[in-house]
Design a protein around this ligand. Structure first.
Ligand SMILES: N[C@@H](CCC(=O)N[C@@H](CS)C(=O)NCC(=O)O)C(=O)O
Length: 243
């Protein structure tokens, strides 16, 4: 199996974690942003990663990949077995992108797109020197596209902050006194929340290294939230369930 990915993407981490958790061997294929579109479109209807390629099938999207893995590999089920918990869990997971995944991406890119070396490291670290040079050359154009897609305006950034921090409070109340979100065990809900928040928590088990943070505002955000109960919970789940 192959996983088409951007190594630092939290959606790709979600799919990668599910594969690792189920102990399924796979090859990670890092794509260059921009150029990824042609590669992904050869296999799948949309341009986004993660995409899982098997001998016969193509599965696009992190939740779809977990569905696929649980259907094909019955060991270490990530989906709750009880039908009520299952429905609630799937609904909960489907809201995580709006509550955490997309707002956090907006908050980070709003600041970090100004640091080409940081972004270049994140996207091309496992690649050849030639690709890194290529990335440097086309970064000004890519930066505009990424800003347009993920940041857009100050109003959108303000909205992302409001959504993200109120969702953290909501989640804090939800996990208070609970080790796990559903069925008293590790499920796709815990995995998905933790993957979505990995870019805030930076857990040591995240299988990709991070360059030094060049931006004081994001560094402060990381520092300020390390002891937040949700971040402490995320670190615990990572330590227990991410190898
Ligand atoms: N809902 C999708 C979201 C995936 C997503 O937003 N991927 C981003 C990277 S973080 C991407 O591939 N963006 C480039 C594109 O859409 O062409 C999932 O859960 O997999």
């Amino acid at each position: 199996m192959k996983l088409l990915e951007f190594p630092h993407s939290h959606y790709c981490e979600k799919a990668r974690w599910a594969l690792d958790y189920k102990r399924i061997p796979f090859e990670r294929v890092a794509l260059m942003p921009g150029f990824h579109m042609r590669t992904v479109r050869r296999h799948a209807p949309r341009t986004s990663v993660p995409v899982l390629l098997t001998d016969k099938e193509v599965v696009q999207g992190s939740s779809e990949i977990i569905d696929y893995l649980d259907e094909r590999f019955s060991d270490r089920q990530l989906t709750p077995q009880d039908s009520l918990s299952k429905n609630e869990c799937i609904q909960f997971e489907s809201e995580l992108s709006d509550k955490f995944g997309e707002p956090l991406r907006t908050i980070l890119y709003d600041r970090l797109l100004a640091f080409p070396d940081y972004i270049r490291f994140c996207f091309t670290n496992p690649m050849s020197p030639a690709k890194r040079i290529l990335f440097r050359l086309y970064y000004p154009m890519l930066k505009k596209l990424m800003h347009q897609a993920y940041v857009k305006s100050e109003k959108r950034v303000a909205g992302a902050k409001e959504t993200f921090f109120s969702s953290l409070d909501e989640l804090e109340a939800r996990i208070s006194g609970n080790d796990y979100l559903y069925e008293g065990r590790f499920t796709r809900a815990d995995l998905s929340v933790c993957a979505m928040l990995a870019l805030l928590v930076l857990p040591p088990e995240f299988p990709v290294s991070w360059p030094e943070m060049p931006d004081h505002e994001i560094e402060k955000l990381h520092n300020d939230y390390q002891n937040h109960p949700v971040c402490v919970w995320v670190r615990r789940i990572y330590a227990l369930h991410r190898n």
